[in-house]
Every structure is written in structure tokens, then in C-alpha cells.
Design a binder for this molecule. Structure first.
Ligand code: KIV
Length: 284
């Protein structure tokens, strides 16, 4: 078992220059594996909608979905910090953000994440006032930018927006900020200038930490994004396993002798007699 990652650990890691490893997670066994592998922050992202619930868009994810998956992940996390996303339209006002963040906290989240920077500062301040640790998310924000994933911040004005948003989040007391699909040189400036940890996804090598969607890095779906590295081919492995199972069942090769339970012959004889009586009871 590693050391428990606490809220204050992330800031200390930034100070020490120790990279923060973050992965999305939606279920209990994955949480156990990630926790055992030393992932620092296990993150129940609203990408659960597209990756496991079959939704077309993160906008369809509900608070009910997030509570359900957060509870499952909570049961598997021992050392990592558990962060959960506030889904689309669940934090439109500071009061709504606090109410829904409390529900995620009851489900086991220690940190909540919301998308936005200066546009959600009221919400971030309200959460901080209530003692709820919060992480912002700037650059490309999947909940509101539908369609193709673009690079965000490759024009000076947009890059400045990313910096101002990250800075505003830090000033409002956010614990960290996710930078998504931001040019590396812009992420570098943000990481240097902003006192809270930056967690990059498609933001190059310079952020204080990295986050990937676990389904992408496991190769469950072939990712189209250049910033994803596939560390496994689960799609291939699962398809092969399912096809082998079907073939073996159809060919009577599964189950085999070693997969069956046995009964002693005396018990079997007694059973056969009793079965006769149970099905065709004698008239006497
Ligand atoms: O929900 C999610 O997976 C995310 C990542 C893209 C950071 O927000």
C-alpha cells in the first residue's frame, strides 16, 4: 500500500516537481487496479457517458449516473484521491454547484471538477467557502464544445483566455486546473505562472500532472486523438476472448471436465430415487 494522497499532496507535488498521475475510472475493479498501480488521482469523469453508458454526448450524463459510478469507484480506492465530475448543467448557479457537489461528496468524492474558468468563478468560490475542494477545466471543454476536438489556445487571444481562466481559478481557491488540448508552450506558461497544479490532457509534457481517459489508454476504443498513447489493446483482447468463448460453446469444447461440479454416486442414486418419487408420487 502506498501513502494516502490527500488534498494538500497535489500542491506539494507541484512544489517538488513530482508529476501527478491521473486516470479516469468508472467501476470498482478498475479502481482497485489503478489504486494498486499508484495512480495519484482517480477520476470519475463524465466521459463515463460516452465510454460506458452508450450516450452520444457528455451532455446526457446525469447526477444519478455520477453518484452511481462514484460509489462503485469509492469502494475500490484506498490510497488515491477520488475526484468526480459535476455533469453538464449541474452547476449553473453557486447554490446548485454546492448542492450537487455535496451529493458527489456523499457518494465518496473528495474533490469535484467542473468545466470552465472565469465563467464559473462564483461556483468555485461558493464550493471553496463550503470546504469542498474543486478543480477547474479550461481549454477544450467537452461538455459545451460539441463536435470535433480542436486545439484550444493556438491563437494569442485564446491562449490568454486559458491563462486568465487558470489564474482566476487559482485566485478563487481551486485546488488545480485541467488543461485540455492546449499547445505545449501555452501550457508551459500557465504551469509556471499559476500557483496551483496543472493537469494536462493533450497539453504536452510540461504540466504538473497528466490525465488520460482510461478507455483510450487501454485501447478499449481506438482513439483518434494524437495525445493518447495506447498502453494495451483491450478491444482486440476482448473481441478475441468473446469470439473464442462463442466458438467453444458452439463446438461443445466449453465447459470441460475441470469446470464441472461432482456428486458422489450414492447421493446420485438417492437423488434419482427421490426425483422419481417427487415427480411421480406412488398412490399408496
Ligand atoms: O470526463 C473526462 O474524462 C474528462 C477528461 C477529458 C479530463 O474531463
Amino acid at each position: 500500500m502506498g501513502a494516502r494522497v490527500k488534498i494538500e499532496t497535489l500542491g506539494l507535488m507541484k512544489q517538488r516537481g513530482e508529476p501527478i498521475a491521473v486516470l479516469t475510472c468508472y467501476d470498482h475493479p478498475t479502481a482497485v487496479f489503478q489504486d494498486g498501480a499508484g495512480v495519484d488521482v482517480i477520476f470519475v469523469g463524465d466521459s463515463v457517458g460516452v465510454n460506458v453508458l452508450g450516450y452520444d454526448s457528455p451532455q446526457q450524463v446525469t447526477m444519478g449516473d455520477m453518484r452511481h459510478h462514484t460509489r462503485a469507484v469509492r469502494r475500490g480506492v484506498v490510497d488515491a484521491l477520488l475526484m468526480a465530475d459535476l455533469p453538464y448543467r449541474s452547476y449553473e448557479t453557486p447554490a446548485q454547484a454546492v448542492k450537487n457537489a455535496r451529493q458527489l461528496a456523499l457518494a465518496g468524492a473528495e474533490v469535484v471538477k467542473l468545466e470552465g474558468g472565469r465563467n464559473v468563478i462564483g461556483q468555485v468560490e461558493a464550493l471553496v467557502r463550503e470546504g469542498i475542494p474543486v478543480v477547474g477545466h479550461v481549454g477544450y471543454t467537452p461538455q459545451t464544445r460539441t463536435g470535433k476536438r480542436p486545439v484550444f489556445g493556438d491563437r494569442a487571444e485564446d491562449a490568454l483566455d486559458v491563462l486568465k481562466d487558470a489564474h482566476a481559478l487559482a485566485s478563487a481557491g481551486a485546488l488545480g486546473v485541467v488543461l485540455e488540448c492546449v499547445p505545449e508552450r501555452v501550457a508551459e506558461v500557465v504551469t509556471e505562472r499559476v500557483p496551483i497544479p496543472t493537469i494536462g490532457i493533450g497539453a504536452g509534457r510540461v504540466c504538473d500532472g497528466q490525465v488520460l481517459v482510461a478507455h483510450d489508454m487501454l485501447g478499449v476504443h481506438k482513439s483518434r486523438y494524437r495525445f493518447v498513447k495506447a498502453y494495451a489493446d483491450l478491444e482486440g483482447a476482448m473481441q478475441q476472448a468473446f469470439a473464442s468463448y462463442v466458438n467453444e460453446v458452439k463446438a461443445h469444447r466449453f465447459p470441460q471436465d475441470k469446470h464441472r461440479f461432482k456428486i458422489k454416486s450414492a447421493e446420485l442414486r438417492r437423488f434419482n430415487l427421490r426425483a422419481e418419487e417427487a415427480l411421480w408420487p406412488s398412490k399408496s
